[in-house]
Design a protein around this ligand. Sequence first.
Ligand code: NAD
Ligand code: DAU
Length: 352
Amino acid sequence: MIFVTGGAGFIGANFVLDWLANTDESVVNIDKLTYAGNLENLSSVFNEPRHIFVQADIGDGQQMAALLAKYQPRAVVNFAAESHVDRSIHGPEDFIQTNVVGTFRLLEAVRAYWGTLDAALKKDFRFLHVSTDEVYGTLSPTAPAFTEEHNYEPNSPYSASKAASDHLVRAWHHTYGLPVLTTNCSNNYGPLHFPEKLIPLVIVNALAGKPLPVYGDGMQVRDWLYVRDHCSAIRRVLDAGILGETYNVGGWNEKANIDIVKTVCSLLDELRPRTDGLPYAQQITYVQDRPGHDRRYAIDARKLERELGWKPAETFETGIRKTVQWYLENPEWVANVQSGSYRDWVQKQYAE
Ligand code: NAD
Ligand code: DAU
């Protein structure tokens, strides 16, 4: 049995589905259900006895302690976080609360629980912290990709809060011996991605005939990884990672934002052409840049490949096509997320 926190969000839900499909082990999924948490993401596993959902805040140390004592997991995989950079710029408070204070409280609850385990269980226990490439800051156009040795130079409230959480995790290993692992991944994309983030926003806005907002000159570079490849990397690190180490996760897919937007437009032109026959690219609208916008991220994931033998299964071309197809096939998911009606569904599903 493992604990997953934030398992109703984009990557966490994909991870829970991936875990249930690829292992025989149960998962207790702990999620506060913020605006980003959506139990509809998990509707296919509601009748799966190996999936137990608990609505809770990682910042509630007492509840975390009670859950750990009750279920006795062999590992905790921590996805729970506020994740959207733009939101962190407009309101950083929640980012400090969940990403910093929440991680601290979770670490403390886990440390106390870990201390109660017998020697063999203690040795095998793992706390895997899911983090981001944004902690490394920004790269010039010609600089080599971020390795695990790169300095931490976070630039947004989001990345600063994630960097703080990574440091706490590191310190809990060095000071208390807690068996931790940290992964730093590049930009994910794929099914279940909340349409406030670039790729799903562009798909959803394009289909609705709305502008496709491109910040600044659109030449900022992100390094994209299909979400299920991130999930397989986390499973691999959990299985074989060296305690206290950090592992970069990425697929060598650097793309300028404007190219991403144009790629999505072309796929939509092919798969769901506009009724007026015009290209979706004509909806592209350049808007004001994000304050403090990092110019370039690029991840060097060779350590994970070399030491643990992980490789992504998808290329960007196969992954982005699957992603656009998924959004075309799931208009109800999009409508429910946009209307917020998935919350009513949650109330019905969990009415005691
Ligand atoms: P998301 O915003 O889609 O999901 C976050 C989930 O955490 C939601 O279900 C939310 O309800 C839950 N949550 C928030 N605060 C909580 C709290 N206090 N207690 C319990 N649950 C809480 O985020 P995501 O994109 O799936 O990212 C998941 C993790 O992966 C984050 O830690 C993020 O920093 C990291 N990450 C994301 C990316 C990416 O491209 N999306 C890349 C690298 C790393
Ligand atoms: O690099 C990993 C990070 O990727 C994760 O840690 C974050 O949780 C995740 O949200 C993501 O952060 P980004 O800021 O890179 O993702 P976002 O989709 O918000 O933006 C991607 C790029 O597109 C970024 O350069 C900003 C730009 N953008 C974004 C939006 C929403 C636009 O040009 N227009 C938009 O409307």
